[in-house]
Design a binder for this molecule. Sequence first.
Ligand code: BDR
Ligand code: CA
Length: 300
Amino acid sequence: MRRIIIDTDPGVDDAIAILMALSAPSVEVVGLTVVGGNVPHARGLCNALALLDFVGRSDVPVFRGSNRPLVGRFANAQHFHGTSGITRRLPEPTSQPAPQRAVDFLAGQLTNHPGQITLVAIGPLTNLARLERRHPGSLSRAASLVVMGGVVDSPGNITPHAEFNFYCDPLAAQEVLATGVPLTLVDLDACRQVTLSRDRAFNLKANNRFGKLALEIIQNWFKADEGRESMLFYDQIAMAAAFCPEVITTRQVAVTVETGGPEAGASHVVATDGPVAVADVVDVERLFSLMGEWLRWEQV
Ligand code: BDR
Ligand code: CA
């Protein structure tokens, strides 16, 4: 059984990635830690709880994390994810966030289960940077760390230079990368290889509760704007790579992040041999077949 903690800002693609983890075989989701990002922290917390309630998994604890970056102002992406963040109005959650703070939960789990926790970070890296500030060395105790963020070879998606997660908290991204902890980085260049067309999205049928909700979120996202022809995948790729590394090929590099100025959040490869396994080529067919398997999607 693989034990996983998801650090997330739910978020359309975050929600789908969480549903993938919940439906993947031999995976125990130990907890969700929430960070402000796609939506304000309070909204993200509510989305995480509501999503778990809705699929009957309110046993998975949800922890409050950071509601703003280490420095500077909070930016969100509700233009993309909708005001609710997950395109689907879910019933108000009946469960509450756990009393412990995200950083303390993460530190406790990583200390008590060294080498056993897979950590998948799919939002701004504020929680992880705060974890290292407060409990130094924690990240090195993860079995593996997979991060969705950055863009090493092409333009950004929020500014010409930066990808959204790194842009939201560039200092946090830089601090996490500066720890030198080995990690897999699924950057925008990888994400831009994976699209789901409108036609394909409306020709899928799901056969379990996780897959049904994921599909509804995707279809609602298309319905919100008739001009949307295809959806890029982000956090879904990081989640698949966490359990099935052969979904991506990688190359080892060292990466730094601009922490301020007009290029804040820009990521640079500064060495061709380093602790970061940055995604190169995504095996798109393998990714869709894994999602199909876990979420029980089939073509109609
Ligand atoms: C990343 O930013 C968010 O909008 C997505 O959830 C993803 O984590 C893509 O740049
Ligand atoms: Ca995200």
